[in-house]
Design a protein around this ligand. Sequence first.
Ligand code: ADP
Ligand code: TRP
Length: 316
Amino acid sequence: MTNDSRLRMLTGLQPSGDLHIGNYFGALAPFLTMAKEHETFLMVADYHALTSVKDGNLLRQNIYNIVRDYLAVGVDPNEVTLFRQSDNSDHMELGWVLNCMVTVPFLMQGHSYKDKVAKGLEANAGLFTYPMLMAADIVLYNTDVVPVGEDQRQHLEYTREAVTKFNNNYGDILKEPKEAIMKSVGVVPGTDGQKMSKSYKNTIPLFGSREDIQKAVMSIVTDSAGDRPQNVYDIHTLFKSESELNTLYENNAGKYKNLKEALVEDIDQFISPMRELRDSISDQDVINVLQVGAKKARAVSHETLERVRDVIGINL
Ligand code: ADP
Ligand code: TRP
């Protein structure tokens, strides 16, 4: 047990590619705000990433990258328990137990699974049981609140369902978590107008060079009729107030190229301090932070898992 009286929050991101601004506004920024008021756990969901990343060198690199990303956006490892899912085998173990609580038809209704398969991703069994590993990630730490983007809402419902089934059978052992969804941001659109997602290749990279940002912004689809390129405007609202934008867009009515250049400038200004900090973080810094985090994480999750092992009849 820790002595912290604040509510506990936990969230995770998969190290399955470069972060984009949808991840930042949908997950990282709300997380940083909430971290000030909560006892916080931040997890690198590297085993979840195995559902889509099948190249060892790439996964390893992605793990280094995401920890750097977290540190660069302002996560303080002295305040936050920053750790890797794979450094704590309790996740795998509880994930299995929770898989045994839910049915195949229930998992088949998962939006995330259905969407990913519809988009052509391989329907591997890990992708299918993904929600129960995520449920384990959450409940191992007796988490009160999980800050996520709108697309993860159903995963929290699935977590509660698994917890309910477990507790109905074994007694009140696992804590039911709640999601915290940043309503003000909702879903950040990508360069093609649909949800920004690395799977759809429509992203604006969070730590891209100015050239990378330029390339992504110039590719924003602007087929809307009228003076205002709506897809550009929608992304721009993340970086500038509505009143500033209205002036800018009125002064540049119909001049899509100017507006895109203004967006590149605003994104670049926003990102450059974080990009510099990120460049200063070494691989060894990452390893050191993860070692400390793993130790803190295991100390908490072992207690939960022991209670689970007791009631399911595994502890003799
Ligand atoms: P992707 O869709 O690119 O694969 P992930 O599924 O790994 O992104 O999402 C990581 C986190 O970022 C999640 O909490 C998710 O809700 C959030 N997120 C991802 N894309 C967006 C978006 N376009 N708008 C808002 N939040 C997002
Ligand atoms: N499924 C989440 C995503 O794709 C990542 C994740 C894994 C997560 N485990 C978690 C998020 C636990 C919150 C809590 O974004």
